[in-house]
Design a protein around this ligand. Structure first.
Ligand code: T1G
Length: 702
């Protein structure tokens, strides 16, 4: 039962919140804190109260699992605790260790004083869940820190460290080590000095820069397009300046409740839990022993190998980068050096850190040097015979037990594993996204025979590399790229049927993606998929519709931005897509040749035609066991394909649209178009009136 513990340290009562792992304010916690506080008030020997989080000290705020569910009527809330601290006749000191976030910081700000350990951090991250703080955070933080410091903290939701918090006036003292001793000492000092003890509510919320609200609104409009919560946060902080404290708190609460009920918040809360579920592999214990990865190796110094080597180095792991081609290797090292210099110039990486990382990358031209590496990632050409040759060579070069990973994006990883039968348990896929040193998604692809130890080691390594590692089964395109095929296919079909690249891209950016499919295609290079199509031409199902449009563009040398022309044209030195009449003419000609009558197409159809294939293929991927959870598919799309987080990912979005509606639409499209057959799982869920989220809940309870 979550609760709170009271201990007496002489004349100071210490209340420790006891709700592992993060001391969230679950049902039972507020009442327990209030009961301990009441004990302390009644005890005449007690002169002051210290409150802190148990375990590592984190106080993560409200219990996010409770949102959208009714709070028991007879259970006090966090706001009752806040009121009790603030009106306490005995001074209250919050001792902060670890992360003190959201309602945790609101609680701490209702105390009279705050003492932080040097490792503590404080923040109001609520905006990331789609709402502003709801227990006075937007009123107290600007009063303690000033609006100029508080507004970005609340609108962006990023925590600050103890030193910053001291500078801003959010905490009163920073101490080394466990802050309990410091808080006890501080409490006694304040008791000796006598009251009255300060309350955040009695201060004024000072504004230094009179343009700060206007500037923040403009920045939010640019950066957080379509999002409601950041604007709501600004409105709440404005209330701290313009209204008396109690009115400001009321205003904040009303805005908080409206945001909490929004689809945006439901989506972001789904993402919060989906992000935390990805590390859990059914049937594999979380504490499975992991291998030590102290030395890495990368084979291939092309674009992917370059980025992957940087990932090892950024995680502090020395890495050998192999290429038999000395010229390519030299070029690659120059690129890496340039990348680090760029990060330093942009201010995103300190010079000494960049130098340290660069020094960890050792170019090598002999695979025999891989004898001491713990893990190798192969990133050579995407052709099976070459990959097999590399794996056989690695089999000879590497020590027993070394993990051998392939960065293949489409090839059958089981075939690769079969090339090194003695190492079956050590082989798997690590599918990085380009540029590999920047993109956060990492698909960790299981072979039939990979060991739990290897799998969990690589998930862990992914996190050390600051990636978002998602487990995928072996199949063509794994999770993300397998779904992408239908998205691009329909986008091109829409052009033939009457839409323009601009119209399709706009409908998709209006939905919330940062770029539409044709801007993305031009950016990535149209020649890559052209080459792939040519290679697969013999195996293509000729009974199904095929658009030659992409091929025709490439035949004209229109490879996208790199050639100054693709679906759009580009002025020299500019990345801004400009509609091109030549493409419009080509589209009309191709449509005519295919016997397609062009018509006017609405944005709603564009969104459905592009996104329903994602949902449908996602359902097949779940049914096939390629993804462990619908939430995993959402995380793949958020981190690898820029699906808007506030829509929750394609599967969550489908749940909000309603699966039966999606099935009806897919069946309707299927009457006129190839490729539209509703997935078995989608049909079953729709018939049962259920959602993808229901499957994930079943899984979590299994
Ligand atoms: N509620 C419920 N569960 C939570 C939780 C929370 N606030 N925070 C974490 N968990 C669970 C999480 O799902 C996971 O569970 C486990 O704890 C460990 O988390 C009134 C409205 C604190 C920095 O947004 O940022 O206060 O997967 O893996 O890496 O204004 O958790 O093990 O079953 O993330 O050590 C605002 C959210 C709430 C903080 C720790 N607070 N949490 O990171 O562990 S709204 C937040 C975090 C609010 C007031 C309002 C991080 C962390 P499981 P973890 P971690």
């Amino acid at each position: 039962m979550p609760g709170a513990i009271l201990e007496r340290h002489g004349d100071v009562a210490v209340i420790t919140i006891d709700n592992p792992p993060v001391n969230a304010m679950s049902v039972g916690v507020p009442s327990a804190i209030l009961a301990r506080l009441a004990e302390a008030q009644l005890d005449a020997a007690i002169k002051a109260v210290v409150v802190r989080g148990g375990g590592g000290g984190t106080i993560a705020g409200a219990d996010i699992r409770m949102f959208g569910k009714p709070w028991p009527a007879d259970e006090p809330t966090l706001r009752d605790v806040i009121a009790a601290f603030e009106t306490s006749p005995k001074p209250v000191v919050a001792a902060l260790r670890g992360s003190c976030l959201g309602g945790g910081l609101e609680l701490a700000m209702s105390a009279h004083y705050r003492v932080a350990g040097a490792d503590a951090s404080v923040g109001q991250p609520e905006v990331k869940l789609g709402f502003p703080p709801g227990a006075g955070g937007t009123q107290r933080l600007p009063r303690l820190a000033g609006v100029d410091a508080a507004l970005p903290m609340i609108v962006e939701g990023n925590p600050i460290g103890a030193a910053r918090a001291l500078e801003f006036g959010v905490v009163d003292r920073v101490v080394d080590g466990d802050p309990l001793a410091g808080a006890l000492a501080f409490a006694r000092e304040r008791v000796a000095a006598g009251g009255p003890h300060p309350r955040a509510r009695d201060k004024a919320a000072k504004v230094n820069d009179p343009k700060i609200f206007e500037a923040t609104r403009a920045a939010v409009a640019r950066r957080a397009r379509g999002l409601r919560a950041p604007l709501a946060c600004i409105e709440c902080v404005a209330a701290a300046v313009n209204l008396p404290f109690d009115d400001g708190v009321k205003r904040e609460r009303a805005i908080f409740e409206a945001c909490m009920a929004s689809p945006e918040s439901a989506a972001l809360r789904h993402v919060f839990f989906a992000e935390r579920a990805i590390g859990k592999v059914p049937g594999v214990a979380k504490d499975t022993t992991k291998k030590t990865i102290a030395k890495g190796g990368v084979v291939g110094s092309g674009t992917m190998g370059t980025g992957i080597a940087m990932n090892f180095a950024n995680a502090g792991i020395p890495v050998k980068l192999f290429d038999a081609d000395a010229v390519a290797l030299k070029r690659c090292m120059a690129t890496i050096e340039k990348n680090y210099a760029g990060s330093v110039a942009r201010g995103s990486l300190a010079k000494d850190k960049a130098d340290k990382a660069f020094a960890l990358i050792q170019p090598v031209s002999d695979l025999a040097t891989f004898a001491d590496v713990d893990m190798v990632i192969e990133a050579v050409f995407e052709e099976m015979p070459i990959k097999l040759e590399v794996f056989r060579a690695l089999d000879k070069a590497c020590k027993p037990g070394a993990i051998l990973a392939s960065n293949t994006s489409y090839l059958n990883i089981d075939t690769i594993a079969d090339a090194v039968p003695a190492r079956h348990g050590d082989v798997l896929g690590t599918h990085f996204f380009s540029p590999a040193n920047v993109m956060r998604l990492l698909e960790v692809v299981r072979t039939k025979s990979v060991s739990a130890e290897t799998l969990m080691t690589v998930l862990d390594l992914g996190r050390r590399m600051r990636k978002v590692p998602v487990v995928a089964g072996a199949c063509h395109g794994f999770i993300g790229n397998r779904m992408l095929e239908g998205y691009f296919r329909e986008a091109v079909f829409l052009l033939e049927e009457g839409a323009s690249p601009t119209q399709v891209d706009k409908a998709i950016t209006d939905f919330g993606f940062p770029m539409g499919p044709f801007t993305v295609g031009d950016l990535a290079g149209l020649d890559i998929s052209w080459r792939k199509r040519k290679a697969g031409e013999a195996g293509r199902d000729k009974t199904k519709r095929y658009s030659p449009l992409g091929d025709r563009l490439c035949e004209r040398g229109r490879f996208g931005q790199k050639t100054g022309a693709g679906y759009y044209r580009y002025e020299a030195g500019s990345r801004a897509p400009i509609p091109d009449p030549e493409v419009d003419d080509l589209i009309v000609a191709v449509a005519k040749e295919q016997g397609i009558a062009r018509r006017s197409i609405g944005d709603e159809e564009i969104v459905q035609r592009c996104l329903h294939p994602l949902v449908n293929e996602g359902a097949r991927i779940l049914d096939d066991g390629i993804a462990l959870r619908a939430g995993d598919i959402d995380i793949v799309w958020l981190n690898g394909y820029a699906f808007p987080a506030w829509r929750g990912g394609p599967m969550h979005w489908a749940d909000t649209v309603g699966l039966s509606g999606i099935v009806v639409t897919i069946e309707r499209f299927g009457r006129d178009h190839d490729f539209w057959e509703p997935a078995r799982l989608l049909v079953r869920l729709a018939r049962e009136g259920r959602h993808f989220a229901d499957l994930d809940k079943e899984d979590a309870h299994a």
